[in-house]
Design a protein around this ligand. Structure first.
Ligand code: PA5
Length: 488
């Protein structure tokens, strides 16, 4: 059984003037068909996929020997170490965390029977908060901990800083060959992490082993690449995950946009954003285990579609497209994602969803079958004899109803069960929808130039050489104003 997508509450027949009408669809269809044709063309061309960062669409087709090789490394690590510490941020972290929470047992680290043969899994390097890293290092045994550092660029401050600390920790307490306890997942050719790998391996081939990241895959689209070792270590069935993603690719290749779940999802949101000012995208799984998947989607949507400029397409000499920023006018648009979870956030954000500004579209994720169920014992009470699963589904339906009565557009992704197959399909659905949304807005969905601003400022203050003079000038000329009169 595969995922279902219920778009009823996106239309005017459900939420009246706040929904999409058939006229809206007819009006947008020619643009959507053009967008679909363009995406199809780019996806079909290997050179374009690599150059424009769309190779993620091919990740579920990875060869069996690749999966087998990664599974072998995972087995070797699991046999020797009790803990695996992953260091990474953004796309080098969120997909792993989402998989961990969705597909592994809750309280995985706490209870050995839940982990089976897997080691405990920890994530760090995704922040500069010293408290979490120091607490972890104080309590983990370095001799029993394997470290996986993930950074495509190899240059990200948070991950780099954490690695230096973790190395010092390993060096002090583990033996001199501590590099054998580190594996790097990074660009196959460039970046300081790759350089480090080469330097370490020239001294000891077993030190700083590395897994390459495929070319043409940006961080937030790369869970099916950089996440594989984590999936294998956590005992998640990679083959099933790829099967689910492949099935979703087939469904999302349907040229009839109204039958293509990812394209229809993007199109309806696009119309609601453009015509009805629905600028906030609330993703609300009714499942605790899918909350991190909603967090993963925040990065995917925000970095892919929140852009300053439209895209300008030029052809290079080989007939491959070049996507440039069209600086002739500001775009400065993009839906803002928010993640919430049912039922806990029914007691927080839901009030605003129902009665606050009608500027949101809620996407529910509804799970049909949980891995377990709990029946409430007793007799005579309203809840007696009811199961948690039944109540969860009722709460989701009730939330949908509460939104519809207040003319709040929403849609539901129905997930038969949270399995590797369905989760692979879910991720791939969101990736296809995001790529298509980028096409509809005519923006480059596969870069993230806005992330550079804070990095440049930090590098400047830290005295990093080689910052472009224009950037240095801008920082010097526009210092932050800290007028004491407004600091109370
Ligand atoms: O989507 C992206 O490419 C980014 O958000 C990256 O994932 C993030 O900045 C981390 O980068 P790196 O893997 O190079 O450390």
């Amino acid at each position: 059984m595969s995922l279902k997508f219920d778009f009823n509450n996106m239309f005017d027949f459900s939420v009246q003037e706040h929904g999409v009408s058939q006229e809206d669809i007819q009006e947008a269809l020619p643009q959507a068909q053009k967008a679909a044709a363009h995406l199809k063309k780019v996806l079909a061309d290997p050179a374009s996929r690599i150059k424009l960062n769309l190779e993620w669409a091919k990740l579920p087709e990875q060869k069996e020997e690749n999966i087998a090789a990664i599974s072998k490394i995972a087995r070797q690590i699991a046999q020797k170490y009790e803990n695996v510490l992953f260091l990474g941020i953004g796309g080098s972290y969120l997909g792993l965390k989402a998989a961990q929470d969705a597909l592994c047992a809750p309280y995985f680290n706490e209870f050995k029977p839940l982990r089976k043969k897997s080691p405990r899994v920890y994530f760090e390097g995704n922040n500069l908060d010293p408290d979490t890293l120091s607490a972890l290092l104080k309590n983990l045994n370095p001799k029993k901990t394997f470290v996986v550092v993930i950074s495509k660029s190899g240059e990200t401050t948070e991950t780099k800083a954490a690695l230096v600390l973790v190395e010092a920790w390993l060096k002090k307490t583990a033996d001199l060959k501590y590099g054998r306890q580190v594996l790097a997942i990074t660009d196959p050719e460039s970046g300081s992490l790759r350089k480090r790998v080469l330097a370490e391996q020239s001294k000891d081939p077993l030190s700083f082993r590395a897994l390459p990241l495929l070319k043409g895959v940006g961080g937030r689209f790369s869970e099916f690449n950089m996440g594989l070792l984590h999936l294998a270590l956590a005992g998640i069935d990679i083959r099933k995950l790829f099967q689910g993603a492949k099935e979703m690719f087939a469904r999302c290749s349907n040229e009839d946009i109204l039958k293509n779940p990812a394209y229809l999802y993007a199109l309806l949101h696009f119309i609601l954003y453009q015509k009805k000012d629905k600028s906030l995208a609330v993703l609300m799984p009714f499942s605790q285990t899918l909350k991190s998947t909603a967090d993963w989607y925040i990065q995917l949507l925000a970095e892919s579609t929140g852009k300053k400029f439209h895209r300008r397409i030029e052809m290079d000499k080989d007939g491959v497209e070049n996507w440039l920023a069209d600086q002739s006018a500001l775009f400065n648009r993009g839906r803002t994602p928010i993640s919430a979870a049912g039922t806990n956030d029914l007691h927080s954000i839901q009030q605003n969803n129902v009665e606050g500004q009608n500027n949101k579209v809620v996407t529910f994720m509804r799970v049909e079958k949980f891995r377990t169920d709990l029946k409430i014992p007793g007799k005579g009470d309203l809840l007696s004899g009811k199961s948690f699963c039944q109540l969860m589904q009722l709460a989701q339906e009730a939330t949908e109803w509460a939104l519809v009565t207040q003319k709040r557009p929403n849609c539901t992704i129905v997930i038969p069960e949270v399995s590797a197959y369905n989760w692979g399909a879910l991720l791939f659905f969101f990736e296809m929808a995001t790529a298509f949304e980028g096409e509809l807005f005519n923006i480059n969905a596969f870069d993230q130039p806005g992330v550079e601003g804070y990095k440049n400022y930090m590098y400047y203050k830290l005295g990093k050489p080689g910052i472009p003079p224009a950037v240095t000038e801008e920082i010097k000329n526009k210092p932050l104003i800290k007028d004491p009169q407004y600091i109370l």
